[in-house]
Design a binder for this molecule. Structure first.
Ligand code: ME8
Length: 642
């Protein structure tokens, strides 16, 4: 029978800077869902990638003295390396600078323009550069950007717009007809009541104020503004080419779920479906906006120095411990909190004490009593029936939770199997059974039940902690590993376990926190040294080239009334004459200045001195005795100096 398809995506991460643990949570979450679906027998396609255009990225590249493409190449690699480090099983990593994506976006833009969904106009509003978004006055929070809380500035530019309102009734109907489309439910009401019902604003879809974007091919100067470029990744990655469609697209589209953060729900549940309607394509089945990880109670921010990165956490705690923490500490539709103390506590209680201990004790007892041999069970007691029932019920609850995307609840249920098994050990007291010959058959049964429970647990765990699940399966030599096999208790056959290997060594919390403190201090030192370096007066050639210098010839010299030090000069700059006010009256006058060829800074912001606008600056040397810089030889006025 052909497998049912399941297409799942993450948001594509901005290549503005290295992703923090919050962004990393999203790929781990999506990975757990994708792996679980594969386990359930679906044919899964899991897409992730990077969002690489925009003004902010252009600015950041400039600050690093780099071309935007060279800059995004570095950050995209950093992102991909972290996704790989976290052992995520994506099928494709798309970059919005990929050639096929750029070409398709141009075709899409043109098609929408030609069919009248996009028109040209002017955009005026309050603009937030980091978020690359315009806002109206009423959308601001305390006069600042509602998304990031930073300053906004008034801006106006020629731009193309997407007529959103044309599709709003159809969108509303789709949302109402498909109750599972927007998750969580509360955000659905917000989208309907705050955005769709009051009437959708047209969306600005091109920009002229920066260059780093996909060019609108029929109107040079315009680049496609971020959302058409970014959202369409979900279809271009599958081979949607506007005028043709690859097999992959026909097979996997529409998406079964777009997993994204709560801040971009509006873009995915309003603009994206409307773009698809305009293209005549099917809409995604579900958009799930997860919560955000906070550092304790605070939003993570570099300036607050509370940004946590996944690679550092992995170095300290290991990949699976971090996957486990991230997946279990954020409940469905809520925000989560992350602190080093909480990670250590959870690691010690859940991973070292509950899970690690269970596997270790069980494997150690089988080695101790039966030289590693697993024997089939012989006699069943009430405690065994209860254990089996508990496990069967739990499997159902895990599946139900995963189908609802209640991932942390599913994981908690799985961990409860380990707790329940530890309780079973207390109830059956294998160390007592091992003392007498006549209870040995019972001991064999108890240890069999534990190994079988651990096998089931490891299969359920593999979507969340793949490496740990594998390690467990290797230790117990489990070879029946399919999902169906866990639905009947007792698939383990006679066999042997390996020697016990601890899965998670307990962490000394005091020592670990001291280490982290030290690491943070040395990182802060490096940051400070970097800042000091930036503050020092070394400049790059690019900095120097910002100053525009030209040869100027003095055409007239006048004293400024009531100002002993100032002279007003008219200076010929070849294509124009400028008025420059300069404080050189003590050393210069008409006689020694007229017709002189001097050096002028021509791109300085004009200033008013004694009511006269001075438009440029002369270069001179000395404090007590001042001499103007002149030209050695003859060059025409206006010659640029470099
Ligand atoms: O939004 N906790 O990219 P991005 C959890 N390029 N999730 C968080 C988070 C936190 N503290 N901070 C951010 C973009 N995220 C766009 C997406 S999709 C076509 C374009 C989530 O790098 C955020 O909500 O800023 C988003 O889903 C993802 O990380 C990438 O964020």
């Amino acid at each position: 029978m052909e497998k049912e398809k399941f297409y799942i995506t993450t948001a594509i991460a901005y290549t503005s800077k290295k992703p923090h643990i919050g962004n990393t949570y999203e790929i781990i979450l999506t990975d757990a869902i994708a792996r679980f679906k594969r386990l359930q027998g679906y044919d899964v396609f899991f897409l992730t990638g990077t969002d690489e255009h925009g003004e902010k990225i252009e600015q950041l590249a400039k600050q690093s003295n780099m071309e935007p493409k060279a800059y995004v190449d570095i950050v995209a690699k950093e992102i991909k390396d972290i996704w790989d480090l976290m052992n995520t099983s994506y099928n494709k990593f798309i970059r919005t600078t990929d050639d096929y994506h750029e070409k398709t976006v141009q075709k899409i833009f043109k098609k929408l323009y030609e069919q009248g969904d996009i028109y040209k106009g002017f955009y005026e509003g309050l603009y937030c550069t980091p978020c690359e978004s315009f806002f109206t006055e009423t959308q601001l929070v305390d006069g600042k950007c509602p998304d990031c809380g930073r300053e906004v500035k008034p801006a106006k530019e020629e731009a193309y717009f997407f007529k959103m309102s044309k599709y709003q009734d159809r969108l509303l109907k789709y949302i109402e007809d498909n109750p599972g489309f927007i998750e969580p439910e509360a955000r659905k009401k917000e989208m309907i009541n705050n955005f769709i019902k009051p009437g959708l604003q047209d969306l600005c879809v091109s920009r002229t104020s920066f260059k780093w974007g996909i060019p609108v091919d029929f109107d040079p100067g315009h680049v496609v503004y971020v959302w058409i470029d970014a959202l369409t990744n979900y279809i271009t990655a599958l081979g949607y080419r506007c005028d043709s469609k690859d097999e992959l697209y026909t097979k996997y589209w529409p998406a079964d779920v777009h997993v994204i953060g709560k801040d971009i729900i509006r873009f995915h549940t309003i603009y994206w479906p409307i773009m698809l309607m305009a293209l005549g394509e099917e809409l995604p089945k579900k958009v799930y906006g997860h919560g955000w990880y906070l550092f304790g109670e605070d939003k993570m921010s570099k300036s607050k120095g509370n940004v946590i990165y996944a690679d550092y956490l992995v170095k300290k705690f290991g990949v699976d411990a971090i996957r486990y923490y991230c997946l279990s500490e954020m409940s469905f539709a809520q925000d989560g909190s992350i602190t080093y103390v909480d990670i250590i506590n959870k690691y010690n209680s859940d991973l070292a004490n509950t899970l690690g201990n269970l596997v270790n004790r069980t494997v150690a007892m089988i080695n101790k009593y039966f030289e590693g041999n697993i024997y089939l069970p012989t006699n069943e007691e009430q405690v065994d029936i209860e254990l089996k029932q508990y496990i069967q019920d739990t499997i159902v609850r895990v599946e139900e939770n995963m189908n609802k995307l209640h991932v942390s609840d599913a994981l908690e249920e799985i961990m409860n199997i380990a707790k329940r098994c530890n309780k079973y050990i207390d109830e059956t007291e294998p160390w007592v059974l091992g003392k007498q010959e006549d209870t040995i058959p019972r001991l064999k049964t108890v240890l069999y039940n534990l190994i079988e429970a651990i096998r089931i647990l490891s299969i359920l765990l593999q979507s969340f902690m793949p490496e740990t699940a594998k390690k467990i399966q290797v230790q117990i030599n489990a070879n029946v590993l399919d999902f169906e096999s866990i639905k009947t208790f007792g698939k383990t056959e006679e066999g042997k376990v390996e020697k016990p290997e601890p899965l998670f060594a307990r962490i000394d919390d005091k020592k670990m926190l001291e280490e982290i403190q030290k690491d943070m201090e040395s990182e802060m030192k490096v940051e400070e040294e970097k800042k000091e370096e930036e503050k020092s007066n070394i400049i790059t050639i690019d900095d120097f080239e910002k100053v525009e210098l030209k040869v100027g010839q003095v055409l007239s010299v006048e004293k400024v009334e009531n100002a002993d030090k100032l002279l007003k000069l008219e200076v010929d700059l070849g294509t124009e004459t400028r008025t420059i006010v300069s404080g050189i009256a003590k050393w210069y006058n008409q006689d020694n200045l007229l017709n002189k060829k001097i050096v002028v800074v021509t791109n300085l912001k004009p200033v008013k001195l004694r009511g006269i606008e001075s438009n440029g600056m002369l270069l001179a040397a000395g404090e007590e005795d001042v001499k103007l810089l002149t030209i050695d030889g003859d060059l025409p006025a206006g010659t640029s100096i470099h």
